[in-house]
Design a binder for this molecule. Structure first.
Ligand SMILES: Cc1cc2nc3c(=O)[nH]c(=O)nc-3n(C[C@H](O)[C@H](O)[C@H](O)COP(=O)(O)OP(=O)(O)OC[C@H]3O[C@@H](n4cnc5c(N)ncnc54)[C@H](O)[C@@H]3O)c2cc1C
Length: 375
């Protein structure tokens, strides 16, 4: 039996960030069922930081995370932000929707097509532009977080699916692959599997639904230089595309509810993506490269779950990170660790209330509200 202070289940970006936050304060075991970290959602994302993305709660957490990305860079932990490429929301001709939102500037159709030459100004009415949006280097985050974990004596335990858990003497005793581990505190960061893992600890599932999102790499039009050009989303969020190492990453923005699994794209979804791209831009797709899919997991209010389980001792949730898990992970991991260590939360009490797991089952009270930023 390996005795630890903190067990973290799931080495996606959320679990990695939590491991790095907790490692200076005790012995951490980061447990992963796959052979490598970021094998599932965290290794399959568009990896872009967009301040206007998601609801107001997600936007507030993203803003906080932006400060922590900057801090990580200043401290030499990792440098994850690429130079801004911006994101553009465009309104196809005749669409009744606008796309106006905080952090976005208005663009005429001509300005939009100048910024992203794949677009045809004749096919869009106007656009909204968030110039500060930038790619996130997920590998740099992963490497930086693992370095902190190991520097403090923590370990990544791969190929170790958690199969059972038992609470005795104030500690969780966990069977993970061939390993037996124990700790008083467990962070459940199991992504699409978060409800299943929670059940192993006797917690009520919170209704997290994994949704499949597909993507494919295509060649851009032959005469267009796309380097450093913005990501483009149509206003109804039915298609988006983004330059990716000389090609375009294209997605139909699908959200198909599925069971947690190692998912692959359906041919039909990729065909829909190509059709929508061709209609939006007027370009024909000449060559299709590899496709992939990942799971974006949501609860109905589309806010994250970050905080203690309302009933089960020592169990903390960190998940339901939808389409914003990479850009919010630093802030959510900071909050989780501060709650576990009983330190000032560095987050507003209303925000903590909006993301605490207890809200899902009508238990919205915040533990130790006096430690939140506005107490
Ligand atoms: C196509 C696509 C585009 C996206 N674009 C963006 C974007 O631009 N910006 C952004 O911020 N987000 C984006 N996202 C969302 C982002 O990828 C996710 O929110 C984020 O990766 C979730 O991280 P996670 O750590 O919670 O989950 P995961 O990365 O899935 O990690 C969970 C881990 O838990 C492990 N696990 C599960 N069960 C067990 C068990 N029993 N024992 C041990 N280990 C277990 C899994 O193997 C997995 O490695 C996108 C997602 C997709 C699919």
């Amino acid at each position: 039996m390996d005795e630890c202070d903190f067990l973290i289940i799931g080495a996606g970006i959320a679990g990695l960030a939590a491991a790095a936050e907790l490692a200076p304060h005790g012995k951490v075991a980061l447990i992963e069922q796959e052979a490598h970290p970021c094998f599932h959602s965290s290794g399959r994302s568009a990896a872009i930081f967009v301040r206007s993305y998601g609801n107001e709660v997600v936007q507030a957490i993203t803003a906080r995370a932006g400060d922590l990305f900057a801090q990580a860079q200043a401290e030499g932990l990792f440098s994850a932000f690429a130079p801004p490429r911006g994101v553009m929301v465009v309104t196809p001709k005749g669409s009744p929707n606008s796309g106006e939102a905080p952090f976005r500037e208005y663009l005429t159709a001509q300005e939009a097509a100048r910024l992203m030459p794949c677009l045809d100004a004749g096919r869009i009415d106007y656009g909204w532009w968030e110039p500060g949006a930038c790619d996130i280097d997920v590998h740099a985050m992963q490497t930086g977080y693992l370095r902190v974990l190991r520097a403090h004596g923590g370990a990544l335990i791969a190929e170790a699916p958690v199969r059972s858990a038992d609470y005795r003497g104030g500690r969780w005793h966990v069977e993970a692959g061939a390993h037996l581990l124990s700790a008083p505190v467990v962070v459940n960061a199991a992504g699409a599997w978060i409800d299943r893992v929670a059940s192993l600890f006797g917690a009520h599932p919170l209704g997290v639904t994994p949704m499949r999102r597909s993507a494919v790499l295509i060649d851009p039009p032959g005469d267009v230089d796309i380097a450093g050009k913005p990501m483009v989303v149509d206003v109804d969020e039915t298609v988006y595309f983004k330059p990716d190492a000389g090609r375009l990453m294209l997605s139909p923005a699908d959200a198909t509810p599925v069971e947690p699994h190692d998912c692959w794209p359906e041919d039909l979804d990729l065909a829909i993506a190509i059709d929508r791209y061709e209609r939006l831009t007027g370009n024909s797709v000449s060559h299709v490269h590899r496709g992939w899919a990942g799971l974006r997991s949501f609860v109905p209010d589309e806010c994250p779950l970050a905080g203690p389980d309302p009933d089960v001792p020592g169990l903390h949730w960190l998940g339901a990170l939808g389409g914003f898990g990479v850009q919010t992970a630093p802030a959510l991991a900071r909050l989780i660790s501060r709650q576990i260590l009983d330190r000032p939360r560095e987050m507003d009490v209303d925000l903590i209330r909006a993301i605490q797991p207890g809200r899902i089952c009508g238990r919205a009270e915040v533990y130790r509200p006096e430690l939140s930023a506005r107490s």
